[in-house]
Design a protein around this ligand. Structure first.
Ligand code: ZN
Length: 139
């Protein structure tokens, strides 16, 4: 069995953003030379997500509004976590909802997606260097 590992780095200038990383993951798959197997992509931070959905700007706006309703950033004093001196209590909750990782089947050297599926890195506490892990195993 072959195994491949790579870290993708991000430095999002805003607090929050959704970044389509499908192309980067496809490049990893090409590099791995794996034709049949599984591809895992996970955020390596507890205030960021990796998820699969549509690359549609209206939907991304809706996510932002929905997440901000569920876990508003302000007032930061509403979160006990922020009593540690941090201000990212909301980011931990947003990450939990949007998920830590995705697993995509690799078939015939390609990510075996449904028609509209794309992979996104969801940042909820940016303005610093953070990373996601790509791990691919198979033959
Ligand atoms: Zn925190």
């Amino acid at each position: 069995m072959k195994s491949y590992r790579k870290e993708l780095w991000f430095n999002v200038p805003a607090r929050r953003a959704f970044i389509n990383i499908t192309h980067q993951v496809e490049e990893c798959l090409k590099e791995s030379k794996i034709r049949e197997g599984l591809c895992l992509v996970n955020a390596m931070h507890i205030t960021a997500s990796v998820f699969i959905n549509d690359d549609e700007s209206g939907l991304h706006h809706d996510y932002e509004v929905w997440l901000e309703k569920l876990a508003p950033h302000e007032p930061v004093t509403q979160y006990r976590h922020n009593a540690t001196g941090e201000d990212n209590g909301d980011a931990h909750l947003k990450r939990q909802i949007m998920g830590r990782e995705v697993v995509v089947a690799v078939t015939d050297g390609k990510l075996d997606f449904g028609t509209w599926e794309r992979i996104f890195y969801g940042e909820f506490d940016g303005r610093r260097r953070k990373r996601a892990l790509v791990k691919i195993i198979g033959e």
